[in-house]
Design a protein around this ligand. Structure first.
Ligand SMILES: *Cc1c(COP(=O)(O)O)cnc(C)c1O
Length: 313
């Protein structure tokens, strides 16, 4: 089975490497055809579902997950329905329809949207595509580490810590699965969230999964009120440093990254970059960080300018 995702570049960040006196590596997942790493996991899940006989893919997400599912469905030639809540902008719906998926607007909050998606999945041949909570998603996301390990070896470098952002934890679960299956279970992970979307941080502090009352961060892509059980379970079998940055820090990193790497990413991705840009103490013990540049399509010159003004940056 050829994959739907592409191999992405492993780059050295020249300015951050100098500023931190560390070798800062970037895995450029923003260059995936669907704009984020999501195509790895969701692409694999969709592919396996179709191979098992699915004739209709159904995904409740107006974000990067829905966009990746729409992309995967089109590439596989399968009917795909993306459900979004009423709060989703018309622009998002248009963008998803444009690549060939059907968009259904349903519910005032995501939970209602999700209930409708689950109902639709009762039809024969229909398969539910969740945004982050599925073993095939973690399996697919792990391929970025398979790749990074080979690429680092070719470059004659290695990494001693990985930094990624956390929403529901599908990315983190994939990264950790990737480290373990490549014989690197000793490499720690710095798991980054923004204030107002820090469901993993709350769980780590409570010693069990908790459900946040609301999401208040602008990094809506990180806005899972509760992380996947698998994500929390990883914190008990791997060295994970849970870190929270402010929206302003995430946006500042996004701006600096745009200037230095000529690349636009969402604040959800800026959160991970902020660990390096802000020289957070958690990074001090490490010399060779690998940052997952997770990407995201929810950014433009105009939105960046708005956030810049909003946070007086
Ligand atoms: C989905 C996503 C995340 C968070 O991934 P989870 O698997 O939900 O933890 C972070 N950044 C971007 C750009 C995303 O699309």
């Amino acid at each position: 089975m050829t994959s739907l995702h592409i191999h992405t570049a492993l780059l050295r960040h020249p300015q951050l490497s100098v500023a931190l006196d560390k070798q800062v590596l970037l895995k450029m997942e923003n260059t995936q055809p669907a704009g984020s790493f999501k195509l790895r996991g969701i692409g694999l899940l969709c592919q396996r579902a179709v191979a098992a006989g699915a004739s209709h893919l159904i995904c409740p997400s107006g974000g990067n997950a829905g966009f990746a599912a729409a992309f995967a469905g089109a590439a596989l030639g399968i009917k795909t329905t993306i459900l979004v809540p009423e709060t989703t902008s018309a622009e998002v719906g248009r963008r998803i329809r444009e690549i060939g998926a059907e968009v259904i607007v349903h519910g005032s909050v995501w939970d209602e949207t999700n209930q409708r998606a689950l109902q639709l999945c009762e039809q024969p041949g229909s398969v539910y595509i969740p945004p982050f909570d599925h073993p095939d998603i973690w399996d697919g996301n792990a391929t970025m580490i398979d790749e990074a390990v080979l690429q680092a070896r070719e470059l004659g470098v290695d990494f001693d810590v990985v930094i990624c952002s956390v929403g529901g934890g599908g990315l983190m679960s994939g990264v950790l699965s990737g480290l373990h299956r490549n014989g690197l279970p000793h490499i720690p992970l710095i798991a980054v969230e923004t204030e107002g979307a820090a469901s993993l941080h709350a769980a780590v502090q409570a010693g069990e999964r908790v459900t946040l009352p609301a999401i208040t961060s602008i990094a809506s892509t990180l806005g899972a009120k509760r992380v996947a059980a698998e994500c929390f379970a990883w914190t008990q079998r791997h060295e994970v440093h849970s870190v929270v940055v402010s929206d302003a820090q995430a946006v500042a990193a996004t701006l600096a990254f745009a200037d230095q790497m000529r690349t636009l990413v969402e604040p959800a991705c800026g959160a991970a970059l902020a660990v390096a840009y802000e020289k957070l103490p958690v990074l001090a013990p490490y010399e060779r960080p690998l940052i997952v540049v997770c990407g995201g399509i929810g950014v433009s010159l105009a939105t960046l300018a708005n956030w810049k003004a909003q946070f007086s940056l």
